[in-house]
Design a protein around this ligand. Structure first.
Ligand SMILES: C[S@@+](CC[C@H](N)C(=O)[O-])C[C@H]1O[C@@H](n2cnc3c(N)ncnc32)[C@H](O)[C@@H]1O
Length: 279
């Protein structure tokens, strides 16, 4: 009998769930071969097509300076592909056989120094050091992970195969085509963790009041008792910009400080803001 959580998942991932209802046979020991649709702790195993893996790393602008973590790393393909690009990469995978398989795959690819695999539950693992997180999980799991993700360093890139983050709208997306060998689960989404900017800020110009919903924000700048609505608001990681009262403000958010510049007419001058820390 299919359990209620499995039925729920069927609504969003019919193919995945059909496979869950009929787990694959266990292969003989020593010749472990994973079966698409095999049971996983919270999500079954379906590999991301290699063409989309490549696109996902492009979408996340992954470089050798990054640290990538793949949550539920399956046979290790995303981690190994990132490692081949010179990126330090870690896969978190619950199934020990998949972890062993990933390690063998990394060895075959000659990237054992860059590709690591940890047998662990992704919900119980600290991945806050990642600069890029990749995943191919399920919508409800993405939502469960969302608070942890939003607490990561601003600018961290999150790339998810097929499944989104509820009301947190993605910043960009990419697809892979059938000609490239991708026939299902061929769209990936990117989110950039936004700095937390909500609150009341003090600036040399006056008081800045901001309300925030994920990477969107609105508010007012009050100068000499006269409030101006913030327009052209933009928040990309720790980079903030907006216009108010005929001037354009840009800056970088660092905790309770913003440092940047303000352009008014032809004049550009330094600008900063500070927020009273939460008690
Ligand atoms: C849909 S597959 C994606 C595999 C790989 N990321 C890819 O894109 O090819 C999901 C993987 O998550 C693993 N998984 C499921 N629940 C997990 C959990 N709680 N912690 C760690 N891994 C988990 C499964 O075993 C499976 O390998």
């Amino acid at each position: 009998m299919i359990s209620r959580p499995v039925l729920n998942r069927c609504l969003v991932a019919a193919l995945l769930c059909l496979s869950t209802a009929a787990p694959a046979q266990t292969p003989p020991k020593g010749a472990y071969e994973p079966q698409v649709g095999q049971h996983g702790k919270d999500v079954i195993w379906v590999p991301t097509p290699q063409a989309l893996v490549d696109r996902m790393l492009g979408l996340g602008k992954v470089t050798p300076q990054d640290v990538l973590v793949d949550l539920g790393s399956g046979d290790g393909r995303t981690v190994i592909t990132a490692a081949k690009r010179g990126t330090q990469a870690l896969g978190i995978e619950y199934n020990p056989d998949m972890v062993e398989l990933s390690r063998r795959n990394a060895e075959k690819a000659g990237v054992t120094g860059k590709a690591e695999f940890k047998r662990a539950d992704l919900f119980e693992t600290d991945f806050s050091h990642a600069t890029v997180v990749t995943m191919f999980l399920l919508p409800d799991i993405n939502i469960r992970l969302r608070p942890k993700i939003l607490d990561m360093k601003p600018g961290t890139r999150i790339v998810s195969n097929s499944f989104t983050m509820g009301e947190w709208k993605w910043d960009d997306s990419v697809g892979a085509s059938a000609e490239e060998g991708c026939t299902s689960y061929c769209t990936a989404y990117l989110w950039i963790v936004p700095a937390k900017v909500a609150g009341n800020w003090t600036t040399p110009q006056g008081t800045l009041q901001i309300e925030q919903e994920f990477q969107m924000f609105s508010g007012t700048l009050t100068v000499n008792g006269r409030p101006s609505k913030l327009i052209n608001t933009k928040l990309g990681g720790d980079r903030i910009s907006f216009s108010a009262g005929g001037a354009t403000y840009t800056g970088r958010v660092n905790g309770d400080r913003i440092e940047g510049s303000v352009k008014s007419g032809a004049t550009t001058s330094p600008w900063s803001a500070s927020r009273a820390p939460k008690s």
